[in-house]
Write a protein of this length. Structure first.
Length: 625
């Protein structure tokens, strides 16, 4: 028995020694090695990010500012801050020394806070003292360029990797991007023959010029500069073969393309022939039909999308208003929720937009960026040339139950639309390319009017400065498309990721159900209030006495009755809210019981059963011995 006890102690000593040895060896031999066991692989960077990090030539310094002390009472923010920190650590480790990460806590009135302010990071006041919380990133390269993420917004967690990768990509590629703008509508500053005045550029053009080297390309040139990185074609109406070929070869060389087409562009006001006041058929429509047909893109200028759900109410004159089924306010439910092009946008307004989709059996990857509801149906675009009244669109309206894309991204390696080679009048500076040399991205938006100022922004002149007050997200959408396509194919491939936050779906369902009841009760109260006010007005009109300040007995009784009803409804509202809290509290108690009591109990029972089985085996072994 003594020998067995000695052996047991010796075994424990050996195990302890091995434990320490393994930890020491793993700390040195496996230093930096990680295993991502999270459900959605939150800490595993995408291949696009890995490629961006591996191509870093000059060192990059990242300054990660987080107010650790000031945020002690904000656990949700601290949890997300830890997620950001760990992700940045992953970037630094994968860069093999090219990225230096500095983690900084900018306490109040410190040099670190001044540094955060100098970088332009956003401080959010909090607490009674108004102390600011900083939670942002500033990056700098070896030539002094700086890029920042002013504040890491938790509601944008799914785009966290994209935002950081974009910052690093921008610091690695410092040259101002060149964007070519080919437009049939007057988007740049120009001379207006009718008014004999200089026409201001569109607000969206001004936005693009602030960010990129935007070049106005003449349709007649039929060729593009070699340093063009993204081509933006707006309202390509009546293009010649020479221009079409130039666009085709730009794409074949691996260039990314943005096309704004339109079945009925109100921005394109045709010049009227005095001998024929009726404008020509299709004069306001545009398409790249020859190119689209070859590339597998299905779009027809003969149809306009109508959508009863997103229809906006417009002024039809004489103080009348009506819903216009083809002028749409597309909110977040119509926008792709996992694409950076539509990230953070609120509403996109469109007028007489078309529809786009991939052709049947086309070898393309398609993603709808903006799409209709199931309450949509197509109209013939010719209907809008002489629309007698807006309300006529509702006559015979029959929703198809389908979702139609009004904007989408196509990823492909297309064949040239000119398989026979360049047209006779094309200016050719290099050999014809029959198929794209690499995978390209083509974004098609089926509305030109959405870019006009009237559809999304108010521009005012204040002391010689143009002040833009955007009421829709059209401008941001246009910039997001260009911004995304200007990145390398690696950056474009970095998509929205899952979030670390796991919502309590059952709790949220209970809250939604109770809120629905709450709103219904509240609406009932408002209806009763309006009815009673109408009743009082009627009683007031029936009064015979001359005193406007005196109330009749009937009025007093009516008001007293309403007050009683109001008290009853408020009691019902409190009851609904109480039941909501009660249900959620009950569910929470069950979850606590399971996590705190049931799971440890199950593990304890399993351990006792395992111990009993082992003891039984030992007894049986000694008995046989």
């Amino acid at each position: 028995m003594h020998n067995k006890t000695t052996l047991s102690y010796s075994g424990l000593v050996v195990l302890a020694f091995l434990f320490v040895l393994i930890n020491m060896l793993s700390g040195n031999l496996l230093k930096g090695s990680r295993i991502d066991l999270t459900e959605n692989r939150l800490y595993t960077l995408s291949q696009g990010t890995l490629n961006i990090v591996q191509t870093i030539q000059e060192p990059i310094t990242l300054h990660y500012f987080f107010s650790d002390q000031a945020s002690k009472d904000i656990p949700q923010l601290r949890t997300y801050a830890k997620r950001v920190n760990e992700l940045l650590q992953e970037y630094a480790q994968l860069s093999k020394g090219k990225i230096t990460l500095n983690v900084i806590d900018p306490v109040a009135y410190s040099e670190q806070e001044d540094q955060a302010t100098e970088f332009g990071l956003q401080g959010v006041p909090t607490g009674a003292t108004g102390q600011s919380i900083y939670f942002g990133l500033a990056g700098s390269n070896s030539v002094g360029d700086t890029e920042t993420i002013a504040f890491f917004q938790p509601n944008k967690e799914q785009f966290l990797e994209y935002d950081v990768s974009k910052l690093i990509y921008t610091l690695t590629n410092t040259k101002k991007p060149v964007v070519g703008l080919l437009s049939r509508v007057p988007m740049f500053s120009s001379f207006d023959v009718e008014t004999q005045r200089i026409r201001d550029p569109w607000a969206v053009t001004t936005q693009l010029q602030q960010l990129y080297d935007v070049r106005n390309i003449d349709f007649a040139e039929g060729k593009f500069a070699d340093d063009l990185e993204v081509l933006m074609v707006v309202h390509p109406k009546d293009l010649g073969l020479k221009t079409l070929y130039a666009i085709d070869q730009f794409v074949m060389q691996g260039g990314n393309l943005i096309v704004y087409v339109d079945p009925y562009a109100e921005a394109d006001v045709p010049a009227m022939d005095p001998n024929s006041p009726i404008e020509a058929e299709g004069v306001r429509s545009s398409t790249l039909n020859k190119l689209f047909a070859a590339w597998g893109i299905d779009y027809t200028p003969a149809q306009v999308l109508g959508d009863r759900k997103y229809a906006l109410t417009i002024d039809t004159g004489n103080g009348q208003q009506a819903r216009h089924y083809a002028i749409l306010g597309l909110d977040k439910s119509a926008l792709a929720d996992d694409n950076v092009m539509t990230s953070g946008l609120d509403v996109i307004t469109m007028a007489m937009a078309g529809m786009v989709k991939p052709q049947a059996d086309a070898e393309v990857e398609f993603e709808a960026l903006i799409q209709s509801s199931t309450e949509a149906m197509p109209f013939e675009s010719a209907k809008f040339r002489f629309l007698p009244k807006v309300s006529s669109l509702a006559e015979g309206y029959a929703a198809t139950g389908e979702n139609y894309a009004v904007a989408g991204r196509f990823a492909m390696q297309p064949q040239s639309a000119f398989p026979e080679g360049p047209p006779a009048d094309a200016e050719v500076s290099q050999a014809h390319i029959g198929q794209a040399t690499e995978r390209v991205n083509i974004v098609v938006v089926t509305d030109v009017d959405m870019l006009t100022d009237r559809m999304w922004v108010n521009v005012q002149d204040f002391l010689g400065q143009k002040i833009m007050d955007a009421w829709a997200s059209n401008g941001n959408f246009a910039v997001n498309i260009v911004d995304n396509l200007l990145g390398s194919s690696d950056l474009i491939s970095v998509r929205g990721r899952a979030t670390a936050t796991k919502p309590f779906t059952r709790v949220e369902a209970l809250r939604r159900d109770a809120d629905d009841q709450f709103r219904a009760q509240e609406q009932a109260l408002q209806n009763k209030l309006r009815q009673t006010e109408q009743k009082i007005s009627q009683l007031q009109a029936q009064r015979d006495d001359d005193s406007a300040l005196m109330m009749s007995d009937e009025q007093r009784a009516e008001i007293a009755r309403f007050q009683d009803e109001k008290l009853q409804v408020r009691k019902q509202l409190r009851k609904v809210r109480h039941e909501l809290d009660k249900n959620i509290e009950s569910l929470g108690n069950w979850l606590k019981a399971i996590n705190i009591g049931l799971m440890p109990l199950v593990l304890t029972i399993m351990a006792l059963l395992l111990s009993a089985v082992r003891a039984k085996k030992r007894v049986q072994h000694h008995t046989h011995s």
